[in-house]
Design a protein around this ligand. Structure first.
Ligand SMILES: [Zn+2]
Length: 94
């Protein structure tokens, strides 16, 4: 599998570290314990397009939001995560 890093270009997936499900939403700080338990321990095993966090650990070290088809491993989109996204898109719009 290859991932197109917005900073470094297309690289082998072995340069990246999977960092979890990007579709999960943290509950409010005063939410019930069940909501926190579901957030901390609940995991989906989706089939098809799924948003994930990846870090380019052996490259620019940026965090990425990757939409990947879990059946085919096709990468559908890659976005920088965090405050660097706006700066990068202003410099190199894709
Ligand atoms: Zn990179």
């Amino acid at each position: 599998m290859r991932i197109l890093c917005p900073c470094c270009g297309e690289r082998d997936a072995r340069e990246f570290t999977y960092c979890g499900d990007a579709s999960r939403v943290m509950p409010a700080l005063d939410a019930e314990a069940d909501a926190w338990a579901a957030y901390v321990w609940g995991r989906k095993n989706p089939r098809g397009p799924h948003e994930e966090y990846w870090q380019h650990a052996h490259g620019c070290r940026h965090w990425l939001r990757v939409t990947r088809n879990t059946e085919t491993h096709e990468i559908l989109s890659v976005l920088l995560e965090g405050p660097w996204r706006a700066r990068h898109e202003a410099k190199d719009p894709r």
